[in-house]
Write a protein of this length. Structure first.
Length: 501
């Protein structure tokens, strides 16, 4: 095994550098040759986590290496990296930023021109560097810059074989990481160098353990948000929820003070400890995404093996097969309350159906542009039975929303899927602006029966704590559920959820 793994987060404060340092130590203690790289040049600090150990050597750092490459000078790794003796068979090779070794670091960073670097062979240099690292080390761990940046693109597009996507339980952190990695997958397809699709391990961090109800709600949100990344490597019958239950990194305030390593101070045996999760991640990365027992336990892994031996190859799904019962379309400016609205609606539908309807809702934190729509989204639209359209004055101004509605209507006509009325199975719900906004709908959809709940101020009610929402909120949810439930029964084709008698 030889691979390059980037630890990435869209927002800071997720414990990304700490997780990488813990995993690096655990991998080295397993006998692997480990290279750790601090590519967060604007806010470096990875080396602080290795203060438990004495470095046997000190190098100039990554920024000086890049400058040497730009200037046509030697880029021998030994001159730029440090070696950390962590009582393992091999020292951890640490390619830090070089901030502490370079008194001109800030000026050098400010004047380093990434576009000029790439225009003068920088991409080819990074490709050679990647090949050298994969040749000389068992695993390379890269600490990436947050957000969207030139350096972040290097770390998520060109360099890695896999990404550990870290986020906390908030919308910006979760959906931002997911959207950036969607962009990275798309960008890899146009690289000048051959690349396999990224393997992505979603890793929730700073997980609170006191609020049980909220943790369950957020686990479901995370499953909805990142389940596409598990599809590439997680075999049935394992589920993303099973993996997330075990790999969420708990929050321990002690490790928020200073740069501490849970794997060193806490060990890896306590199931409630951070070191326990870091050890599972280390085992899984060391196996190149194959040691499922490390993530979910030996019993569950044996169930996977049994499933693989008995199942026959399954035919590719037909486009007429429904993957979802309800696709929720909305303009992205309303995302802050749409999630709560859909979760309440899902709960209400679950009470009415023996088999709860499958609801697809996609929330974006980063605008990827209509030309970069993820294939998963288009597939979800084409394979949904009913579309719920939450209409605001801005809905028809959104290039996303208008295309969603048009694509769903076209697909419904193609496969002959209609409601009992003979119209496309679309449920328009006016949540602000009133029915006059409906005049902006495509002419063939204006005759649809709609529900106008705009006087109820749905968005305002959604922002209230769950226990303080008024009766009007639940009345709106119930009315929408009535219409959706009836339409799900009426749609002509596809397996139907069972109605509770």
């Amino acid at each position: 095994m030889s691979s390059i793994v980037t630890f990435y987060s869209y927002k800071g404060g997720v414990g990304r550098s700490m997780a990488l340092a813990n995993v690096a130590v655990l991998l080295a203690q397993r006998g692997l040759k480990v290279l750790a790289v601090d590519w967060d040049l604007e806010a470096p600090g990875l080396e602080r986590y290795f203060s438990y150990f004495s470095p046997s050597s000190s190098g100039k750092g990554l920024l000086r290496l890049l400058i040497s490459a730009r200037d046509g000078q030697s880029t021998n790794l030994d001159d730029f990296a440090s070696r950390i003796d962590c009582k393992a068979d091999h020292p951890i090779v640490l390619l830090g930023s070089g901030r502490d070794q370079d008194e001109d670091y800030s000026r050098n960073l400010e004047t380093f021109d990434w576009p000029d670097f790439f225009a003068n062979g920088g991409g080819a240099f990074l490709e050679r560097l990647r090949d050298e690292w994969r040749r000389d080390f068992d695993i390379v761990l890269i600490d990436s810059r947050t957000g969207l940046s030139d350096a972040g693109g290097i770390c998520t597009i060109q360099m890695p074989d896999a990404v550990v996507a870290m986020f906390t339980a908030n919308y910006q952190s979760l959906y931002g990481a997911r959207d950036v990695l969607r962009l990275a997958q798309k960008a890899r397809q146009s690289l000048a160098y051959d690349r396999m699709p990224l393997s992505v391990l979603p890793l929730p961090s700073r997980w609170g353990v006191q609020e049980f109800q909220e943790t369950q709600i957020w686990l479901e949100r995370i499953v909805d948000g990142v389940q596409e990344f598990y599809a590439d490597w997680l075999p049935r019958p394992l589920t993303p929820r099973q993996v997330l239950e075990i790999t969420k990194i708990p929050h321990h305030s002690y490790f928020g003070f200073g740069e501490r390593l849970a794997a060193v101070e806490q060990g890896t045996e306590d199931p409630t400890g951070m070191g326990f999760v870091y050890d599972k991640v280390a085992q899984f990365l060391a196996s190149d995404f194959k040691n499922f027992a490390a993530l979910v336990g030996q019993k569950a892994a044996e169930a996977v093996a049994a499933e693989e031996t008995k199942k026959a190859p399954s035919p590719a799904p037909k486009m007429d097969d429904y993957a979802y019962d309800i696709y929720v379309s909305f303009d992205r400016s309303t995302k802050d309350w749409v999630i709560d609205f859909v979760e309440s609606l899902r709960d209400e539908l679950a009470r009415r159906f023996k088999v709860p309807p499958r609801v697809f809702v996609d929330v974006q934190e980063v605008d990827v542009g209509s030309d970069n729509w993820a294939p998963m989204l288009i597939d979800a639209i084409k394979r949904s039975r009913v579309m719920l359209v939450l209409i605001t004055p801005d809905y028809f101004k959104s290039r996303w929303a208008a295309r969603e509605l048009e694509l769903f209507a076209d697909e419904s006509r193609r496969r002959g899927a209609t409601a009992a009325s003979g119209r496309p199975p679309v449920v328009p719900v006016f949540v602000s602006g009133g029915s006059t906004v409906g005049m902006l709908m495509p002419p063939e959809l204006r005759t649809l029966n709609y529900l106008d709940v705009s006087p109820s101020e749905v968005g305002r009610m959604a922002r209230l704590p769950r226990g303080r929402r008024p009766s009007e909120w639940f009345a709106v949810i119930s009315r929408v559920a009535d219409i959706l439930g009836g339409m799900l029964e009426d749609v002509d084709r596809g397996p139907r959820p069972q109605i509770t008698v």
